[in-house]
Ligand binder design. Structure first.
Ligand SMILES: O=C(O)CCC(=O)C(=O)O
Ligand SMILES: [Fe+3]
Length: 758
């Protein structure tokens, strides 16, 4: 490097010269380092606490000493001697100041920590912190030995997050169901399919598979067993059922068991927090700037936060995203009522007292308590009725943890989301409460304004971009459609192309697809046919439909993607997540006075609740859909208009009449509730497409279809080669080529498209 040559040839005095050679040898690293330091300094100012005898004052060191040092060395090599001297001196001073500051902070903080521990100091010195460290070490050694001895023989390999995710989403059962199907163990396959579906209720293919298993000989309804049933939910549902039929004795029994099981589950989960590998929050890692105590505090806070999060984990049903709020206190409320109604007054009183540990000021409960005292004559103590011990222990422990966590939030830059609604106000630091109040006020104001103002779409799309296809026109934009992120484009397909796809739908339907002849899932007055890309490719492979039609179906997806990606100025990548060629036909003779819809009003990526105008982004909604598109193919039918509404699902804001080559695109979220009016005559066909911004959720079926084509191309190629070979013209290189196997693990839903197709 130029740098090395120049300076090695002009080293100063011998002593310095040898130093300069050492530096010169490292100058490659040095250059990179200096560049990094410049960047660092540009980005931040280091603030170090320095202290005088009485109090501490903040010493702002604009530049870290390592940077000063390297700048000094650089100046030295640049022969800027004065500058070099200044910078090198400064670096030495800064380092000294930093050490002094650290020492002072250590002395200032000696007395901090829990006072009770200071009492443990003896004449031999301050030993309790060493005892604490000793306790930690003993525990670590015991765990290391125990886990090593118990798990090592079976191999405790580090498990990646991806694998954790696979297991949490029950993906192994997706593999198992196909495996058992292949082994002709249908009962086991049915159970595996069901187990997977419980955790993935929006998985269309698995739903189809389950339907297929149901129709298979030898499979009974009892075979659809969830292999990972969570007992507390079984008890919860049973208790609810007994309650609904006013069987209070049974209800009380189930609720009691449910509370116990829930406590046990929470405990199991909390223990895992201690023994599983703990991650330090980002920027608190080994390379961070924090000292040993700060790192230890960060680690202990992560542990506490992990323990607390168990409440949410246990209160979330498999397959759901949101936890059931106030899970334990709610169960206690139910148990209390069931006990009371079944005549177990002392049991009810005990449960009420347990509930009051969560909500000590709850008016109704306090009134009830009073009533019990009057009935029993005397208070709970005089009857020896205390809150359940496990509940008292649980609440105390949780409160302690929360106060430590909130200290971390307030003072140590820790982030913690409290999973409970019952946390008493005084545990939360005033400054946080103030922030919450301010946030709540803003939300309330927004809700108030909400009715008058326009809906805000947080999808990241921004309608109004260009339309990059010759002949395509924008027929309706946001204004014309009275909404946000909506568009109607015309000219996306030619008449000939519409005919080809209609023909494809007709042939596929006549051959029998999952939906053939089925009543529509939305109305008894229509039938419904659906064709996916993969099914189309398989049909064309079997020579039952024209391959060029299937290719066109595939290409249309890409065409629509390009148009909408550009029009909605999608900031990120946009991936096709599902394609469905759908025809809805009016059934004959059942159309008089129809009041229903062909497709009721809905939002594509969340569950719309028109009464509250809320939209819940959780399964069974297709929550990963970000952009929706319908490409229409014909207009020779009556009805079948697409319409948009407000969140009340009633107020219609725009209507679109289908025709060949007309494309409607809109963001899939709550700004766009929509439905389809009844098809009262004829058959309405459209290609529905959904897009996702997350690559993880891209359509794996589509990729499988592409792989089938590639394999086809390969075998066609091979055929050609064999022919050629026969004719003596094959080349070794071409024969060696083979179709690469599909990569198996591609993240969250990596394997779904492939495995579950029966
Ligand atoms: O066919 C249409 O026009 C709309 C269909 C739709 O909204 C859907 O499938 O989610
Ligand atoms: Fe829809």
């Amino acid at each position: 490097m130029v740098f090395i040559c120049r300076h090695s040839s002009s080293s100063p005095a011998t002593a310095v010269g040898s130093a300069s050679r050492t530096m010169a040898l490292r100058s490659e690293h040095f250059t990179v380092y200096v560049a990094l330091c410049f960047l660092l300094v540009a980005l931040c100012t280091v603030t170090v606490r320095a202290s005088g005898g009485s109090g501490s004052k903040v010493l702002s060191l604009l530049q870290p000493y390592d940077f000063l040092y390297y700048s000094g060395v650089r100046a030295y090599y640049g022969e800027e001697w004065a500058k070099a001297a200044e910078l090198l001196e400064k670096s030495i001073q800064t380092k000294e100041a930093l050490l002094r500051t650290r020492r002072q902070c250590h002395d200032d903080c000696v007395a901090s920590g829990t006072k009770a521990f200071n009492k443990l100091d003896s004449e031999e010195g301050s030993m309790w912190d060493l005892w604490a460290l000793d306790w930690i070490q003993q525990k670590a050694e015991c765990l290391r030995f125990c886990i090593g001895r118990s798990v090592a023989p079976t191999g405790q390999l580090p498990v990646s997050n991806d694998i954790e995710y696979e297991f949490n989403t029950r993906n192994p059962y997706n593999f198992l169901q196909v495996t058992y199907y292949k082994l002709e163990k249908l009962k086991k396959a049915a159970s595996a399919a069901h187990t997977y579906f419980v955790a993935n209720p929006s998985h269309l293919e698995m739903r189809n598979n389950i339907e297929k298993y149901r129709r298979m000989e030898g499979v009974t309804e009892d075979d659809f067993q969830d292999r990972e049933t969570e007992k507390h939910w079984v008890l919860y549902d049973a208790a609810m059922q007994h309650e609904a039929s006013s069987d209070w004795l049974q209800a009380a029994e189930k609720w009691r068991a449910c509370v116990n099981e829930t406590l046990w589950r929470i405990d199991e989960c909390r223990v895992q927090c201690e023994v599983s590998p703990q991650l330090l929050p980002e920027d608190r890692g080994v390379d961070g700037v924090d000292g040993a105590f700060e790192k230890a505090a960060a680690l202990s806070l992560s542990l506490l936060s992990c323990r607390q999060s168990c409440v949410t984990q246990v209160a979330t049903r498999t397959g759901r995203i949101s936890a059931q709020e106030d899970f334990l206190p709610t169960q206690l409320e139910h148990l209390h009522i069931a006990q009371f109604k079944s005549g177990d007054v002392s049991g009810a009183l005990q449960t009420l007292r347990s509930f009051l540990l969560f909500y000590p000021n709850d008016r109704d409960s306090l009134d009830n308590l009073q009533l019990y005292y009057e009935t029993l004559g005397g208070d709970a103590e005089s009857h020896g009725i205390h809150p359940a011990q496990e509940i008292a222990k649980y609440v105390n422990q949780s409160l302690q943890e929360k106060s430590l966590l909130y200290f971390g939030v307030e003072n140590l830059n820790f982030t913690f989301t409290d999973p409970d609604l019952w946390t008493p106000e005084d545990v939360v630091p005033e400054s946080l409460r103030e922030n919450w109040r301010a946030e709540k006020q803003v939300i309330n104001e927004k809700i108030k304004e909400g009715d008058q103002t326009e809906e805000v779409d947080d999808s990241g799309f921004y309608a109004g971009g260009s339309v990059p296809q010759v002949g395509v026109t924008i027929t309706m934009d946001d204004d014309a459609l009275n909404g946000t992120n909506r568009v109607v484009l015309d000219g996306v397909m030619t008449e000939k192309e519409c005919d080809k796809i209609l023909q494809l739908a007709t042939v596929a339907a006549s051959l029998g697809d999952g939906y053939r002849g089925r009543r529509s899932p939305h109305t008894p007055h229509e039938t419904f046919e659906g064709l996916t890309i993969l099914r189309a490719v398989k049909l064309s492979q079997d020579g039952l439909v024209d391959q060029s039609d299937t290719r066109l179906l595939h290409e249309l997806g890409e065409r629509v993607r390009t148009l909408l990606h550009s029009y909605f100025r999608s900031p990120s990548g946009l991936f096709i997540s599902f394609t469905h060629l759908v025809c809805r036909s009016a059934t004959t003779g059942e159309q008089e006075g129809r009041m229903d819809l062909s497709h009721p009003v809905h939002v594509d990526n969340c569950l719309l609740e028109p009464e509250t105008k809320q939209c819940w982004r959780e399964p069974p909604a297709f929550i990963h859909r970000d952009l929706s598109a319908i490409l229409y193919l014909n207009d020779n039918f009556d009805g079948g208009e697409l319409f948009f509404t407000e969140r009340d699902a009633k107020t219609v804001t725009a209507r679109v009449k289908p025709s060949c080559g007309r494309l409607v695109g809109f963001s899939s979220g709550p700004v766009n509730p929509h439905g389809v009016t009844a098809v009262t005559r004829g058959r309405r066909c459209a290609l529905a497409l959904w897009f996702t911004k997350e690559k993880l959720y891209r359509d794996m079926e589509r990729e499988e279809a592409e792989a089938l084509w590639a394999a086809d191309g390969q075998s066609a190629l091979k055929k050609d080669e064999e022919e050629e070979e026969k004719e003596g013209g094959a080349t070794a290189g071409r024969n060696a080529r083979s179709h690469a196997p599909k990569e198996r693990s591609r993240g969250r839903n990596a394997v779904t498209g492939r495995k579950d197709e029966l």
